[in-house]
Design a protein around this ligand. Structure first.
Ligand SMILES: *Cc1c(COP(=O)(O)O)cnc(C)c1O
Length: 465
């Protein structure tokens, strides 16, 4: 058997990694000089690295390990499925049992008439599907000019050419010729950073009305869809003001444009309900899913599609699909993950018991001198680091300088917390216990203290003028 052992010394593993492995979203040379951290095992919310250090993973990997690490049931289901039918495709009028069972279950869980699933291997692929699906929908309805998809600056919808174009990340658009044509970006509802003198409520309305302005400017006959994460994740866990989503929903209804909710992070319990659309009270025509769908144990994503859109797409030949659309092993793993989330009441219990506990502790971090706002919905939270809370000031240093220092202090204190610019974010497994939450908060506090001392020392505790 080809077993990859963990017994090689860490430096040798790091040298091989530096020589042959190209990392996503990393400066390769900087990383090689430092040496990548080698993660060897995980259980519950705890990662173990090659040196035996145990880290509390407050990010659930990349927002995905909702049921926590180390669930044997998923491994058993995968092994069984590999023996029975490791692979067959779903092209050309064939199907298999795991994909049928998963589709039925997703139709049951998804709100409203979201009853049909088109599979992909990831969230990026699923959003690429969505681009082609909504444009095809309007073309089939005799409105081929409706091809523009409106999205938002600082949104994240994936890293492929299509999904990266939907996303609103400037550094991504700067590389490789993005965005593709007919994608339009409006501003994000990030009150802390961009709200100026407006109240959060006024600002939420103003930012939502940018959608209406964009539709009027571009022409209703040109706009196919609006896509958004119910709560922006990779953009820094930006919780929109309460006025934002009702106004977006009103505008989508009024102009009959399709609403795509990118639920890749918000889905499968992260916001306290099965889907973020339920928490935010929105009615999408399509939901993008991935990440928590399999809790990251197998790569799988997809689009859950409403009756009306599915009917139109099913009536034509949609020339689209991936070799691994509805992969049987990934589908079986996802189904088992959903069973565990459901039967162990992880979503309900998390929402009723641990999420309120986490919220109270997380929001109390605003007592720290470095912390401006603290936002959290369910199990996704963020804090804004600031040199001056009252002014909601940014640091004079390059964005991300202080955030990076804080992140390094977190690692040193055995906590995986990510930074987006100078915002710190968490998205722990939904199974995190109250005592693990205490540990998370203690380590976060300690790291904030150390970060504060260090930036004071280095003269970085200065507001941008
Ligand atoms: C991660 C993410 C994606 C992309 O999913 P991949 O599986 O990495 O391709 C899309 N949308 C959102 C909201 C995400 O967080």
């Amino acid at each position: 058997m080809a077993i990859i052992t963990n017994h090689m010394p860490t430096e040798e593993l790091q040298a091989l990694d530096a020589a042959h492995h190209m990392h996503p979203f990393s400066n390769g040379d900087e990383l090689s000089a430092k040496g990548a951290r080698v993660i060897t095992r995980a259980k519950g919310v705890t990662l173990t690295d090659s040196e035996g250090v145990e880290l509390l993973d407050a990010m659930a990997g990349l927002w995905c390990v909702n049921i926590g690490y180390g669930r044997d049931e998923l491994a058993d289901v995968a092994a069984r499925q590999m023996r029975e039918l490791p692979y067959y495709n779903t092209f050309f009028q064939t199907t298999h049992v795991p994909v049928i069972a998963l589709s039925q279950r997703l139709a049951e869980l998804a709100p409203g008439d979201l009853n049909h699933v088109f599979y992909a291997g990831s969230g990026s692929e699923a959003n690429d599907t969505n681009i082609r699906m909504v444009r095809t929908y309007w073309a089939e309805k005799g409105k081929p000019t409706k091809s523009i998809i409106i999205s938002r600056k600082n949104a994240y919808h994936g890293s492929s050419v299509g999904s990266g174009s939907l996303g609103g990340m400037t550094p991504m658009h700067a590389q490789g010729g993005l965005p593709i044509p007919d994608i339009h970006h409006i501003n994000q509802p990030n009150w802390w950073a961009e709200g100026g003198d407006m109240s959060p409520e006024e600002f939420g309305l103003a930012r939502a009305r940018e959608l209406e302005e964009a539709i009027n400017e571009l022409g209703e006959d040109r706009v196919a869809a609006f896509i958004a994460e119910p709560i922006q994740g990779a953009g820094g866990v930006i919780v929109p003001p309460e006025t934002y989503w009702p106004e977006i929903q009103r505008i989508c209804d009024k102009y009959e444009i399709l609403l795509i909710a990118d639920e890749v992070i918000c889905g499968f319990g992260r916001t306290g309900n099965w889907f973020g659309s339920q928490t935010l009270n929105i009615r999408p025509h399509i939901m993008t899913i991935a990440k928590g769908l399999s809790s990251g144990y197998a790569p799988i994503g997809g689009s859950i599609v409403c009756d009306e859109v599915a009917e139109v797409i099913n009536a034509c030949e949609f020339n689209h699909g991936y070799t691994y659309s509805g992969h049987p092993v990934a589908a079986a793993v996802a189904l088992e993950n959903l069973r565990i989330l459901d039967e162990e009441k992880i979503v309900e219990k998390g929402a009723a018991e641990t999420a309120p506990y986490l919220k109270e502790k997380w929001e109390a971090l605003t007592d720290h001198p470095l912390v401006g706002e603290a936002k959290i919905v369910g199990f996704m939270g963020s804090i804004a680091l600031t040199p001056d809370k009252a002014a909601r000031a940014k640091f004079a240093s390059d964005p991300g300088t202080v955030g990076y220092i804080c992140r390094e202090r977190c690692f040193a204190n055995k906590l995986v917390m990510r930074h987006v610019g100078d915002r710190m974010i968490i998205s722990p497994p939904l199974v995190i216990s109250k005592s693990e939450i205490d540990t998370l908060i203690d380590r976060a506090h300690q790291s904030l203290d150390e970060c504060y001392a260090r930036i004071k020392d280095e003269g970085l505790l200065k507001a941008a003028s």
